[in-house]
Write a protein that binds this ligand. Structure first.
Ligand code: NDP
Ligand code: 8X3
Length: 256
């Protein structure tokens, strides 16, 4: 039985008030799932929830807050408490400065959100999944976790953490029936990602996508949905996807 043909499937999506997370929530709601949508801004969650039908629970939550995550997960109403799929999507990049000029606070925020926040949510859902003998954790990584680029320093390192933690989780969950996937997109447009990275400099954010077609949030949502829809004996370990307009550049050579 695939996850999505099971009755009353419950999906928990972090960072669902915008971008990929909102699209993922919409995709699963369209398939009839119950959805918990989590994020820090209640107004954004309310906007998303308005389109998702009756089986949605908006949850104002900062994934960096370990105790808040624990108590929010433990206090979910009965209808939403047995999470079949956790999508760890909340995350951010802050700045594109080289390491010797970067803001140390930005680095800590990325670590706290992209790594620790993901750990808080994952650790909270796993015991229930293991006890039920089924479940799926889908982590949103990035090509930045595999391919270095100038200014990617800590952001890329956090996504390398997400990649390796996902693989290591698979080892720990061997024999439990719980699946783990890391989905690693390249440039995605139509989200708040670059606006956040460039500290609300919207012109700079828009320039990044000028004249090219990035991945859309719906492309990521479709890959998450496809991954979760595989038969229960199939585990998709990793998916890396990029826009056709993005590829690789040569190594840099400094000449004196
Ligand atoms: P968005 O900025 O639109 O979405 C990120 C979401 O995470 C926001 O809704 C934000 O909401 C939420 N969030 C941030 N911090 C926290 C927190 N501490 N607790 C709870 N929620 C939080 O960007 P994307 O949709 O593009 O990004 C989604 C994921 O995809 C991220 O992990 C990103 O690293 C990854 N990614 C993005 C790519 C891209 O090019 N866009 C490519 C590859 C990966 P709020 O502020 O209300 O909390
Ligand atoms: C976001 C993709 O290329 O901006 O993770 O790092 S990239």
């Amino acid at each position: 039985m695939t996850l999505l043909t099971a009755p009353q499937v419950t999906v928990f999506v972090t960072g669902a008030g915008s971008g990929f997370g909102a699209a993922i929530a919409r995709r699963f709601a369209a398939a009839g799932a119950r959805i918990v949508i989590a994020g820090r801004r209640g107004d954004k969650l309310a906007e998303v929830a308005a389109d998702l039908g009756p089986h949605v629970l908006p949850l104002v939550l900062d994934v960096r807050d370990r105790e808040a995550v624990r108590s929010a997960m433990a206090g979910l109403p009965d209808d939403f408490s047995r999470i079949d799929l956790l999508v760890n999507n909340a995350g951010l990049a802050m700045g594109l400065e080289p390491a010797h000029q970067a803001d140390l606070d930005d680095w800590m925020t990325m670590l706290d959100t992209n790594c620790k926040g993901l750990l808080h949510c994952t650790r909270a859902v796993l015991p229930g999944m293991v006890a039920r003998g089924r479940g799926h954790v889908i982590n949103i990584g990035s090509i930045a976790g595999t391919y270095p680029y100038p200014g990617g320093n800590v952001y890329g390192a956090t996504k390398a953490f997400v990649h390796q933690f996902s693989l290591n989780l698979r080892s720990d969950l061997h024999g439990t029936g719980v699946r783990v996937t890391c989905i690693e997109p390249g440039m995605g447009g139509g989200t708040e990602f670059s606006t956040v990275r460039f500290r609300n400099d919207q012109e700079r954010a828009d320039r990044l996508y000028a004249g090219m077609r990035p991945l859309a949030a719906d492309d990521i949502a479709e890959s998450v949905y496809w991954t979760a829809s595989q038969p229960a004996h199939v585990n998709i370990n990793t998916i890396e996807l990029m826009p056709v307009a993005q590829s690789f550049a040569p190594f840099q050579v400094h000449r004196s």
